[in-house]
Design a protein around this ligand. Structure first.
Ligand SMILES: Cc1ncc(COP(=O)(O)O)c(C=O)c1O
Length: 476
């Protein structure tokens, strides 16, 4: 340990142990509530305060909390057969779940590798394509392309793939990183770009990077079809998807969609890729909503042709102990049963449209909302000092922290982010469980209006305080 004189954490950190949040930044000026109970879209803390889980945690709790059918399926599986290792045994829940996911995903995604979350699922995609090119005689393909900004996970490899300039110090001489190309932004477009010209620019930059590296050296291009934690729900235009599909096909590069956050029905279709049937990726990575918070579950979806070809050559040689854990598989199956029983994907489309329209109306009321964007029940709301200039708020004001706190005071659990030092704005996610009803949307909107009112008042005090500090004092 290099420094034993670290200052004590403010707030509620105990001398020993503490929750996961003792590792997070000191700017957490109000401690997170201790949650003791959750049901549907609601959560309660130890003092009995109720919150709407307005972002489903980090876009996880798609089927809502406290689902007894899923809890029963988990318990039944644990009692029946808790564990069987996939290197030495097969089991029904594994086969039933991969069959079900493949049927939801449709043609092109017949094979499914299961894992314990998004980062692991993403690494499985990368390890698979690397092993595939080694087995098929193209070992020089080893370069990975991803977007700036982007987020692909928290392991060292997937952090290296993530596009965040603030990580350059972390990776300086350490770990593997990918080559970055511009992400398809929609709000903070540099210079005088329009959406169309910026899309063309992003596609040209991808093509140029591939030519610079040498097309035969590039292994894969990974992109989030709806931006997640790095951009706050940017939805690229259709032309972008057609463009990247064309570029990757022409150069023999694998196109991987990272649907960890936006997939599993969030956007109103099972896969975000289903919005672009003429530009399907080669591989899709999923997690979050697939286990819906009940079990850590990730999935990497491949075409049968690829997997069966590699199996006939070397096989895919990498696994984790908890791949296809029976209890996790039974959970995933029960979650997908609930998707069908409750018609959650259609509900995401309908309620998403309603929430987005209502949010846009709220934006007219509160001049701290710069943008409302997203797809289905995955919406990003960007907070700005001035909607006309898109000027961000000062970081000292801690806008993402303030909106979180005002949310809590008004019965909302909001996930808010400032990434890459604020270069892509301050925003919060509006992504409630897909079970939400119209009445519950209205209740959420009422609480959000109160939250934004308090936030706006806070911001107005801040701006008038700053103005009085900078204005010269009047002579006596
Ligand atoms: C787009 C995307 N990819 C990958 C990940 C990593 O998933 P996990 O946190 O389950 O490892 C995340 C997590 O937020 C994500 O949003």
């Amino acid at each position: 340990m290099s420094n034993t004189q670290a200052p004590r954490l403010p707030g509620a950190a105990p001398l020993v142990g503490g929750g996961q949040d003792v590792f997070y930044a000191y700017s957490n000026i109000v401690p997170r509530p201790v949650i003791t109970r959750a049901k549907g879209i609601y959560m309660w803390d130890e003092d009995g305060n109720q919150y709407i889980d307005a972002s489903s945690g980090p876009v996880v709790s798609n089927i809502g909390h406290g689902n007894v059918r899923v809890a029963d399926a988990m318990a039944e599986q644990a009692k029946q057969m808790d564990f069987a290792y996939s290197r030495v045994a097969r089991h029904g829940p594994n086969m039933a779940l991969t069959d079900r996911i493949a049927r939801f995903a449709g043609p092109g995604f017949e094979r499914v590798a299961l894992s314990s979350g998004g980062s692991e699922a993403m690494e499985i995609a990368v390890k698979f394509v690397r092993q595939y090119v080694l087995a098929t005689g193209a070992p020089e393909r080893r370069q990975l392309l991803t977007c700036l900004p982007s987020y692909h996970g928290g392991t060292i490899a997937t952090l290296g793939m993530s596009g965040d300039d603030a990580l350059s110090g972390f990776f300086d001489g350490f770990g593997m990183t990918s080559h970055k190309v511009p992400a398809p932004l929609s709000y903070r477009l540099p210079g005088s770009h329009t959406l169309q010209s910026y899309t063309e620019f992003a596609l040209a930059a991808l093509e140029a990077k591939i030519r610079e590296l040498g097309p035969d050296t590039v292994l894969a291009f990974t992109v989030e079809p709806v931006g997640g934690l790095a951009t706050g729900c940017v939805v690229p235009p259709v032309a972008y998807f057609q463009g990247i599909r064309d570029i990757c096909s022409r150069h023999g590069i694998f196109l991987i969609f990272d649907e960890v956050l936006c997939g599993t029905g969030r956007g109103g279709k099972f896969l975000s890729a289903h919005h672009y049937p003429d530009a399907l990726p080669d591989i899709v990575v999923m997690a979050k909503g697939l286990g819906s918070g009940y079990a850590p579950l990730g999935a990497t979806l491949f075409p049968a042709s690829l997997v069966d070809h590699l199996s006939a050559l070397t096989g895919f040689n990498f696994s984790h102990t908890y791949n296809a854990n029976p209890i996790t598989c039974a959970t995933g199956l029960a979650v997908l049963d609930e998707y069908e029983r409750l018609n959650l994907i259609d509900n995401a489309a309908v309620m998403g449209r309603y929430l987005k329209e209502s949010m846009r109306a709220l934006a007219d009321e509160f001049p701290v909302i710069g943008d409302v964007r997203g797809q289905g029940l995955l919406l990003g709301v960007e907070l700005v000092a001035d909607p006309a200039s898109k000027q961000s708020m000062s970081p000292e004001f801690l806008p993402t922290e303030k909106i979180r706190i005002h949310g809590l005071n008004n019965g909302l659990m909001l996930y808010s982010r400032r990434t890459a030092g604020g270069r892509y704005g301050d925003w919060f996610l509006l992504a409630p469980p897909l079970t939400i009803t119209k009445d519950q949307c209205d209740e959420l909107l009422r609480r959000l209006r109160a939250t934004l009112g308090d936030f706006f008042e806070d911001w107005s005090h801040e701006t008038s305080r700053n103005r009085s500090e900078t204005e010269p004092a009047l002579p006596d």
